[in-house]
Write a protein that binds this ligand. Structure first.
Ligand code: PMP
Length: 350
């Protein structure tokens, strides 16, 4: 089965141009290093790593439950939310079962569906957003899981409340709906619902969140799922012991304590997102309205997708190509964004 899975290709690293700096805008990370208070907690926890971590991550589960005002039993943790995607897939997979998701969307859905032995059913995006009507139509007796990535990676567009509610009402209970909200903290459109308002009266709906983006802990790997007790408990059983390490648990708890400060940084990224999008539109690019910490530039041309990526790399900016569709550019610091904007302008005029 392993030969069906394409090996992971890390993004190209970018050398700094002569005399210049280089910037990584290719993985939707936070551009800021962790807060001093979080670093202090990590340093203290580092002195305790001769011991195994708390296997249940109980303090972190409780902190997340308190933060979202949900029962602790609704929280499941994993070493990154992508691991929870894998746990969910392996929990529901049986020979001949189907995994439904939009395309293009998060690349781990096809990869991990293949790995779980499920059949992928890809529903084309309508422009840059989920076609939830077509996704509902695509559900069959064999469908076990449906991913809705909102905001969608890599296009940035989020599903709106009325569409999403209508969709959820159409999904039969034998299909689990995963609302992947990795970028939720960057959403500002009041029409985009918080998935946590949707799962409570729907036993087949789960919400995924992560500490990798807004909370700036991508390197420590911690994500979580919120779901009703039966699903949460079933998935918790599939996790390998001690999966969330001691530093990750401590840092995530410290980040929740420092949330106000972290959310100020998110606000900066949102402001920069508006500035970058407006500047790109001014340059003549078509940029879909993004609710995430990245923008999407559609090329529908493999050669131009790669040429733009190379032009950015030559200017010292790593971006993420998805040939032939387009390029995803993460929002960075104002300085990084300025370099990107200059490279984008030069490319259009080149
Ligand atoms: N879901 C989406 C939509 C993502 O873009 C990502 C990260 N690229 C993840 C999940 C995984 O995040 P992590 O495993 O770091 O929590």
């Amino acid at each position: 089965m392993l030969d069906t899975v394409a090996p992971y290709k890390p993004g190209k690293s970018v050398a700094a141009p002569a005399g210049g700096r280089s910037y990584k805008l290719s993985s939707n990370e936070s551009p800021y290093e962790p807060l001093p208070s979080v670093v202090e907690v990590i340093a203290k926890a580092a002195r305790e790593v001769n011991r195994y971590p708390d296997p249940t991550s109980m303090r972190l589960m409780e902190a997340i439950a308190e933060r979202h005002d949900v029962p602790t039993g609704h929280v499941t943790l994993g070493p990154g939310s992508v691991t929870i995607v894998q746990q969910l897939l392996t929990s529901v997979a049986d020979p001949g079962t189907e995994s439904v998701y939009a395309w293009r969307s998060f690349e781990s859905y096809p990869l991990l569906s293949d790995l779980a032995g499920m059949t992928s059913v890809r529903v084309p995006l309508a422009g840059e957003e989920h076609d939830l009507g077509a996704m509902a139509e695509a559900i069959t007796d064999r469908t076990r899981i449906v991913f809705v990535c909102t905001p969608n990676n890599p296009t940035g567009v989020a599903a709106r409340r009325s569409q999403l509610e209508e969709f959820l009402d159409r999904v039969p209970e034998h299909a689990l709906v995963v609302l992947d909200e990795a970028y939720h903290e960057y959403v500002r459109d009041a029409d985009v619902p918080d998935g946590l308002t949707l799962y409570r009266d729907r036993p087949n709906v789960v919400v995924l969140r992560t500490f990798s983006k807004a909370y700036g802990l991508a390197g420590l790997r911690v994500g979580y799922m919120i779901a009703q007790e039966p699903v949460a408990a079933a998935v918790r059983k599939t996790i390998v012991p001690f999966a969330v390490n001691h530093l990750a648990q401590a840092a995530a708890i410290a980040s929740l304590k420092a949330e106000d400060e972290l959310l100020e940084r998110v606000e900066q990224v949102v402001k920069e997102r508006t500035r970058v999008r407006e500047a790109l539109v001014e340059q003549g690019w078509t940029v879909p309205p993004t609710e995430a910490n990245f923008v999407w530039l559609r090329f529908d041309d493999e050669q131009r997708t790669l040429a733009f990526t190379d032009a950015c790399a030559a200017a010292g900016v790593a971006v993420r190509p998805y040939p032939p569709d387009g390029v995803r550019v993460s929002i960075g610091t104002p300085e990084a964004n300025d370099v990107l904007l200059r490279a984008a302008d030069a490319f259009r005029n080149g």
